[in-house]
Design a binder for this molecule. Sequence first.
Ligand SMILES: Nc1ncnc2c1ncn2[C@@H]1O[C@H](COP(=O)(O)OP(=O)(O)OP(=O)(O)O)[C@@H](O)[C@H]1O
Length: 769
Amino acid sequence: MSEPLTNGSATDLQFSATPLQWKAIEFPPASNTITAILAGPGCGKTRTLILRCLHMMSIGIQPHEILVLSMTNSAARHLKSELRKVLSRETLQQTDTEVVGAVESLPPSEIEYIISNMNILTFDSFAGQIIAADRGSPMKILDPSYYDDIMYLTSSSRQTGRNHTASVRSRIDKWPLDARDHVIETALNKLRDTEGLATFAWIRYRTLQLLSTKFSSVVGVGRYRVLMIDEFQDLYGDLLRMVELVAVEDRGLHLTVVGDADQSIYGFLGSIDTDKKLKQVEQKSGRQLQQIVLNESFRSTGEIIKFSNQLTSTKLVNYHQDGNDDLPVSHESFSSALERADFVAREIKRLLRQSIITSLSNVLVLTRTNRPTSLMESFNFYGIKFHKRQSSVPGWMSGSISLIHYLQVLANPQEFEFSMICVMMSISGMSRPSMDVVQRKFEAWQKTKPGKAASTLWEYLIDPSTKHSSKKVIRFIETTNHWRDRIQGGGKDGAKLNNPQDLFNALLQYIADLDSARRIISTNLLVSGTARDELEKFYLGLKDASVVREAKLQEMSQNQSNEMNNVLGEEASVMRDEPEVPDLIDWFVEGYNERLYKDSSQRLGKEGVPDDAVQVSTIHAAKGLQSPVVFVLADTTYASLASKQKHELSLQEPSSPRSMYQRGSKIKRHWDEEEVRVHYVATTRAQKKLYFCELHDQFVRIGGSSQYIENPLEMKNRSTPGFPNKIASGDQLQNARKRMYSSWHRPMGRYNFGGSMRFVGRVLRVVLK
Ligand SMILES: Nc1ncnc2c1ncn2[C@@H]1O[C@H](COP(=O)(O)OP(=O)(O)OP(=O)(O)O)[C@@H](O)[C@H]1O
């Protein structure tokens, strides 16, 4: 193959449209019709949608009268950038076989005018605008999955700065579902009234209410003459209802929807069959359906299309040949995620060396979940930079391990009770029933101390009168006390551990002494390769905190000495106290929530992708994208695991996160099929070269190691000075490996470790402006 694989091809530069695309572009936007543009991946749906908007403008519809709604921020950004690209193209060319659209190249000011006046929004921003117009000010978003934080925010303990959410949570977890929902709902209502905080679910719900009861007074909505829906196949419950309400017959609004049933991947949120959905909208809005099916794919080579078709058994027969030789699809299999990551990096290096690609931005790495995404992001063995595309998941560390819990316990086990429970649960052999016993005894103990109703679990544990029957609990107390003493300066030399390296080592040692290493270090690292990254990120966070703290200390002592010299004279210096800056551990723990919040809002705002980086994304966040080279890090076991759970979803408006999973609801999903479609979406992002990389065994071979990396725990550290080369000792590692199989499926009870990271911080995302 002679030419390098790049993003732009010759056909891309001209505004040609196939006759079918042209028909879709031109179909009159009458208010009594719905135009449904259906097509497989790469057939030009997005492009047609944009050209259709421009065509409408050419027949007199104003940019601000057009509303384009998409499911995700990422899709909305993609649409905007495509619109900008289309608008800034220079000349139009006529070809023999294709009809050419008459869109003139526009001066920059006009391009800006169109882009800023045409509303390309996510459903949630659209709903947010309606709410803001209704109440006169925007609302802040509260992620409903942080429901411990919701409790925290509404509880009286907030004023005292204490965190009682663990006990609240453990109590309400025992209640029937309805009662629980009621409590959460009450808390949410309170937050809405007092703090202007609302969940997306509520904002959608309220929007639906406003649209159905007082549509005419909903500011702004009446001005739209055209509504375009991108990725229609993915619309679920309330979003679909929103479309129906905005598009009801008598409002003179035209509706165009664009979609592909084979790319439907939101069944897990209740999205139903595409045809059924179309019929539903047709009936509810009383319109006539005009369906146009595009059948020629312009994106991928024949090899890629064939491979993708095999996945879903669909027949997208036509693909547009642009003269490039077809490269074979590489179907690879690996025994560990780390080995796979290593392959990806080396392969990219090779593509660069052999000039098959000229820029790292021509490569897209797609993963099923966030976990391997984080792994790739911090994988830089071969000097290749990976840039994680912003998905909707917030969080400073979406890591699989919750190191912060351990540090919080070391900082203050009274304040961070929930963390303490998580830490106790992570101790090898400490099961859910034994934790329940502790909890029950604690409650009984509290009753014997009438004056001390608010006594904490830690106070109970260290109370000399408490008789512990479990050796694990005793060990937890002793180990925690020992390392708290060491860190807090109660050690022999009386020094505080304010050096990030010492503190980090102490933290790791604490974890190892608790015998939690199996769960948080070895298991994660060996299975998915991410634990090391999380450790490293954590270490870097600690270092950052230390740098800021040092600067603060210096600044304070500088101020102080200036002040002393100027005002008080030298003698006074003796009387002065040392500046008060918290110790590193407290500084870090305190700043953690703040950073979590700041970072997630910064990340939400971030747009562009650096040129010198490989893009890494989850498949869900990569909808609509394309790239010359795509590596799909397939997760084929996900399908069978998911199918076992057989979630049942309800389409009712959720009053709380959990009511989404009510029993007795009608819709059952076949998860395996959806998983196949997810992978289909992934493979069809590739234009020229596709790598389908599976893990043939989701579990690492016991005792074996990757052919590339001898011992993952003793890998060279990635140019992070101070980060320990060796994380756990050989024996621990061997034992961890042996125990891995037996422990992998052990349920973590309600204190799910992976998810518990969420409860650490109050993650309030302010996304509505
Ligand atoms: N008529 C055409 N001539 C040349 N290129 C085209 C034509 N139609 C579409 N393309 C190109 O094909 C690629 C895929 O188009 P587009 O992203 O619009 O497809 P899509 O149907 O939206 O795909 P997906 O379903 O994956 O989102 C783009 O690079 C686009 O420029």
